[in-house]
Design a protein around this ligand. Sequence first.
Ligand code: FAD
Length: 394
Amino acid sequence: MKAVIVGAGIAGLVAARQLGLAGWDVELLEKSAATRPDGYMMDFFGPGVEASERIGLYPRLAAVAYHVEEAEYLDPTGRPACSVDYDQFARLAGGKILSLLRPDMERAALAALEDVAPARVRLRYGAPVSGVWRDDAGIRVAIDGSPCTLAADVLIGADGIHSTVRALGFGAEEEYLRPLGMRAAAFIVTEPLLNARFRNRFVLTDSIDRVAGLYSLRSDEVAVFMVYRESTHALGYLRPGSPRERLRREFAGLGDTVDRILELCPEHPYDDIVAQVVIPGWQTGGTVLVGDACGAVSLLAGQGGSLAIAGAALLGDILGPVNTSEGIGPALADFERRWRPVVEEAQAAGRRAASSFLPANRTQRLLRRWVIRASHLPGIDRLIARQIVGKIAR
Ligand SMILES: Cc1cc2nc3c(=O)[nH]c(=O)nc-3n(C[C@H](O)[C@H](O)[C@H](O)COP(=O)(O)OP(=O)(O)OC[C@H]3O[C@@H](n4cnc5c(N)ncnc54)[C@H](O)[C@@H]3O)c2cc1C
């Protein structure tokens, strides 16, 4: 059996590995020239932990995880306003929370392809899929405008929140993207002094309508995450103008640390709207969507990587044993039936998290400080941990 997978992000890499291990021949097509270095720290908990343990990916992820002790909100003078004890939440979740840099997760999933016989999975970088059609041989794709002769029994769209496979087979992006009224940027800067100052903790600005988050990496680098309110004008995820200049405008006046980060900001940071994808059907005529393409929860939910791994692993479990073209439709329907409720629950939690992520005024900011301070009290800590990680250890 043959699969074409579009997108070698976390979902695409895991789906390719699982199908390759099940004996499928897989063409994995990625538009970028190589793995992308962009992205911030992601909390890895919930379904992805169980799935990655089951498929043998967890040790590779644990090996690149960071140890976060606390998340601290600082005022513009650099004084702590309040802090969250991360270790406490990890203990309440049975120790099963990893803090992973997005590109490290992608690289771990890429390295795990070595578990598959090389002939089974063919990964091509610099291969943007631009068209899809069907003929007697099966599903065919066009790469970068030129029809190519790839034929497959199944086409898997693992091409992220702005999926081309979804646009070609299911409908225009505007129908399925649900913006949450914010925009996010992520980038990495080399800054030894800040790196030394912020080790082992998330540092966030205690600001209104915008937040900048920093985390020190193992080298001299600092990972940066910036979120600010943006009214939802015609989706507009590709906004004209320089994203760096926009960040410098939006984050002015937040103190020396943020000024220094903005000075070092690259010209083209990761820059996108904060949004979810809600789509009534994930599969049609041998094409299926997985990961952010069908169920983005938003960057603020922090669960995108976990759900991408768990969804792709489940798709591999269900599709792997199929050995006739007649078996494909029922298998894809089964995947959607089993996976959709998990995604919808995570999306509801993501919307709740988004609604309180940026305080809109001083009162809301004060309320956030109280809630965070209360999280240190026994009992309240369990309630908040349950909100964050879903369920906690007894
Ligand atoms: C650059 C970047 C930074 C991110 N940073 C964060 C973060 O800081 N925090 C967070 O929580 N989440 C972040 N995310 C989202 C997070 O990675 C996803 O929620 C999660 O990993 C699910 O991934 P996915 O594999 O479904 O999609 P993605 O990780 O988006 O991967 C999709 C892949 O498909 C490729 N692709 C797209 N279109 C085509 C095409 N036409 N042809 C071929 N290939 C195509 C893309 O280049 C990409 O490699 C980021 C995503 C990206 C792309």
